[in-house]
Design a protein around this ligand. Structure first.
Ligand code: ADP
Ligand code: MG
Length: 604
């Protein structure tokens, strides 16, 4: 089985390598110069759009300023080669350096704020750069700089369009490869979870231990660097620079290419770049004939096309095209999970009876409402504790205070003796707490296995650069093997390669539990795991939880459904109106008139 899958995988790689070789060999064939030029532009555009695929498509962060980063790459090399007489390779280094610093500055200033600040900042930055270079004497004002030398390697000069083609497409294909690798890696999974439309924002990745700010910044920097490389190549292809290709009009056009091609897909970057370039040329010829005069009519057509694409093919054209290609090309095999991979490092197990979680005088005030008011309880290693209460009692808020999603107003939370109150959720995760969410937070367009592998975040190391270079393969295999083990534990290994978004709610909740288990937690917190499940699914869930209990895991179970927790827990804490109502064994709680009154009162 494995070897067949392995062979199919090699076949896919072979097809891709063959495709790349064909693309790179084109200038050696009698292809007319016109088409080589067109393809050069498409490759240059695709490089920039690849950055947007990552930033906007995957990360949900919009930038109108990519043209300006291309401008930085172009002007840096133009200045250093003409005014300083240095080699274009110094120009590349300078362009990448300046783009890096600018992206870090803009990113640090805006990425911590909510989503709109980044697009606004990139518009400002694009306009500012345009007028800056247009008015600077050293950069030739609006006429730009002329007479750039060609790029050379030793004696070989990339002076003709046919020659620089190899560089452009080499860079574009390497960019595509690096991005593909990144998206299937440890940092890539966090990036894919960040998008509010697909993943669910930063709450879940933070709860898995990731600093989401760092990843947003990394995406912004990668996009800026890709654009700068494109600008560098463009400058040496044209052998001159002027401000017009780096203004806001192109900034918008790059976004249009990304959306048209299929935002969030590597193939979409190439499809979008090609379609816009080819359509623009045709429209520039035909529209003035239709409407008379000479105007930029193509902009209007693009505007209308964009609205139509968003309305009828919101995922862009690449998914449609991929569907067609899938009929011709052999199907990509399901990825192989090598379960023999060395296990990931495990946490030191707390001794049975060790104080795991101590909650003391916990309080949360929302304006005038004390949602949680003086709650105290303790969980020892091996305990299964239920936190129950009618709707609105403050269970989820308590849960969010313990897991660091909400800052607490007063009180103290200790995890294995360490004070945790006020720390961000990623640090609490590091200390050994893992959780699920009342409203399931899976990344729907990632496979079940990838979603679970996201839980291994803190047990693995690979960074963004290592992932792009493919240096993370051994560790990645271990993470996937661990994810598979956890899926087997909850009985979902057969669905490992399905998209998480295609599962029903019950299995989705189980996948969240597997993801939490993949972090090797000392304490597992489950928020209303049975909510919205059908009877059968509830039974399956109870079975899984009983097994986990049998394996000695410590659990805090927040539930509205009292029956569900009764025969699962050792001890139950009951809340009502934010206050502590009672705690005791399930039998004591069941017998308590106060609890019955609270539940009956809530049902009235
Ligand atoms: P439970 O999970 O027990 O159903 P919650 O903890 O979700 O209850 O809510 C407790 C109370 O706090 C409710 O009255 C709810 O309306 C209120 N509450 C919860 N979150 C917020 C918030 N972010 N802002 C204001 N009020 C909130
Ligand atoms: Mg709740």
């Amino acid at each position: 089985m494995k070897s067949i899958e392995g062979r199919a995988m090699n076949k896919t790689l072979l097809w891709l390598a063959l495709g790349a070789a064909c693309v790179l060999a084109l200038p050696l064939l009698p292809v007319p110069d016109f088409w080589i030029t067109q393809l050069n532009y498409i490759g240059l555009f695709a490089l920039v759009v690849l950055g947007l695929v990552l930033l906007t498509g995957v990360g949900g962060l919009t930038s109108f300023g990519q043209a300006a980063f291309a401008g930085v790459g172009a002007y840096a090399t133009a200045w250093i080669t003409t005014a300083q007489g240095l080699s274009p390779w110094w120009g590349l280094a300078l362009g990448l350096g300046v783009a890096l610093v600018l992206a870090l500055v803009i990113g640090v200033l805006t990425l911590r704020m909510s989503g709109h600040y980044l697009p606004l900042a990139t518009i400002c930055w694009c306009l500012a750069l345009y007028y800056l270079v247009g008015n600077l004497e050293v950069l030739g004002k609006y006429d730009g700089l002329l007479g750039l030398p060609p790029i050379t390697i030793g004696e070989f000069s990339f002076q003709s369009e046919r020659r620089i083609y190899g560089l452009i497409w080499g860079a574009a294909l390497l960019g595509a490869l690096a991005l593909t690798r990144l998206l299937a890696s440890r940092p890539g999974r966090i990036m894919r979870a960040l998008n509010h439309n697909r993943g669910g924002g930063s709450t879940m990745p933070e709860a898995m231990g990731a600093s989401t700010f760092r990843y947003k910044l990394a995406m912004f920097v990668i996009a800026a660097l890709l654009a700068a490389v494109s600008g560098w190549l463009y400058a040496h292809m044209q052998r001159s620079v002027n401000p017009s290709p780096f203004g806001i009009k192109f900034g918008i056009e790059y976004l249009f290419m990304a959306v048209l091609g299929g935002i969030g897909t590597v193939g979409g970057a190439f499809v979008g770049a090609a379609l816009v370039k080819l359509a623009e040329d045709q429209l520039k010829v035909w529209l003035p004939l239709l409407f008379g005069g000479s105007g930029n009519y193509e902009i209007i057509v693009f505007g209308v096309a964009l609205v139509l694409v968003l309305r009828f093919a919101p995922d862009g054209l690449w998914p449609l095209l991929r569907g067609l290609l899938a009929r011709v090309l052999p199907a990509a095999a399901a990825p192989v999970v090598n379960e023999g991979a060395q296990p990931l490092p495990a946490r030191s197990r707390p001794a049975r009876g060790e104080a795991l979680l101590q909650v003391q005088g916990l309080r949360k005030q929302f304006g005038g409402l004390a949602a949680v008011n003086d709650i105290s309880f303790e969980i020892r290693a091996g305990d299964i504790v239920g936190l129950i209460g009618p709707n609105g009692a403050g269970k989820s808020t308590t849960f969010n205070l313990i897991s660091g999603v909400l800052p607490l107003t007063a009180g103290e939370v200790r995890l294995r003796g360490q004070a945790m109150g006020g720390r961000p959720s990623r640090e609490i995760a590091r200390a050994g707490l893992s959780r699920t969410f009342q409203h399931v937070k899976l990344v729907p367009d990632m496979t079940v296995l990838e979603n679970v592998a996201l839980g291994c975040y803190l047990r693995t190391r690979a960074g963004t650069a290592a992932a792009m270079l493919g240096l993370d393969r051994a560790e990645e295999a271990r993470a996937r093997a661990e994810a598979m083990r956890q899926l087997r534990r909850i009985g979902l290994e057969a669905q490992a390669h399905e998209l998480a978004g295609n599962l029903a709610l019950g299995p989705q909740r189980l996948v969240e539990i597997a993801r939490a288990l993949a972090s090797d937690p000392a304490l597992l917190l489950l928020d209303e795991p049975a909510a919205g499940l059908r009877h059968k699914e509830k039974q399956a869930l109870a079975e899984v939880l009983r097994q986990l209990r049998g394996q000695g895991l410590s659990l805090l179970l927040v539930e509205h459904d009292m029956d569900f927790v009764m025969n699962l827990t050792d001890r139950i804490v009951v809340m009502e109106f934010g206050r502590h109502l009672m705690q005791g064994t399930p039998a004591e709680v069941q017998a308590s008139p106060a609890v019955r009154a609270a539940y009956l009162g809530a049902e009235e």
